[in-house]
Design a protein. Structure first.
Length: 248
């Protein structure tokens, strides 16, 4: 495959997409948060060998402790390549009211990632201060992918300075003209950059759905913002992706 035609999507929810298929045979990392979702992910993994990297986690928007044994079971059975989405979501009172439960499931999942030596996919909204308080533990996780990172260049640098093997994923906010996302994208080295759609979610204004094919526009926009060729952007992201998941 020509690297310019490889649009790796590091964060997608294929269980929520009817008739999902890979874009130009490019690999994806897909999250599942329930048994039913994970069953769908495994079906797609069998249907498209080599194109699906499955991860499972307890999302902070639904911090259900009953799923903690499921996370560990899947790790023990080597059926997942990482844990996620996991993290904190204090974006609205609806989620903030479950702060204690969020922290409980986060702590256990973080411990599991360290013990089983697997990457984590991080969901963090209005909770970077809390995430920084776990910097020492995060530095023991093999790789940490910040999904749709909304922080500043200084905050991204803060994680790296704390010896966290952090990667920062960018999605459709780049297409919205987000100055904050563009500034961070332009300031980070290529070996720390990944790209995503979060399909079918993270829709632009007026859209009813995000489709997997939107990843192509994300890469093309990122290449322009970084003053790179598309080949340079896709090749760098490919190297990052395989550096994270090649041993899982």
């Amino acid at each position: 495959m020509n690297q310019a035609d490889s649009y790796i999507d590091v964060h997608i929810h294929i269980a929520d997409i009817d008739g999902w298929h890979p874009v130009k045979d490019s690999p994806v990392c897909t999250c599942a948060h329930t048994r039913q979702e994970f069953d769908q992910v495994e079906l797609y993994a069998r249907r498209f060998p080599g194109c699906v990297v499955p991860v499972f986690g307890i999302h902070p928007q639904n911090p259900d402790v009953s799923y903690l044994p499921v996370v560990e079971q899947l790790l023990q059975e080597h059926r997942i390549a990482g844990i996620g989405e996991a993290g904190f979501d204090f974006f609205s009172p609806e989620y903030t009211v479950r702060r204690e439960q969020q922290e409980t499931v986060w702590q256990v999942q973080l411990e599991l990632a360290v013990r089983y030596e697997v990457p984590m996919i991080i969901h963090c909204r209005k909770g970077l201060d809390k995430m920084f308080s776990y910097a020492r533990q995060l530095s023991r996780v093999p790789s940490v992918i910040f999904h749709s990172f909304a922080g500043s260049p200084a905050e991204a640098g803060g994680f790296l300075k704390r010896r966290i093997n952090a990667f920062f994923s960018f999605g459709k906010p780049l297409l919205m003209g987000s100055r904050r996302a563009a500034a961070l994208l332009q300031n980070l080295p290529p070996e720390r950059l990944l790209f995503e759609t979060d399909a079918p979610y993270q829709r632009l204004k007026g859209e009813t759905i995000t489709v997997p094919e939107d990843i192509v526009a994300v890469y093309k926009t990122a290449a322009v913002l970084r003053n790179e060729t598309l080949e340079q952007t896709t090749a760098a992201a490919r190297r990052c992706f395989y550096s994270i998941f090649c041993n899982n």
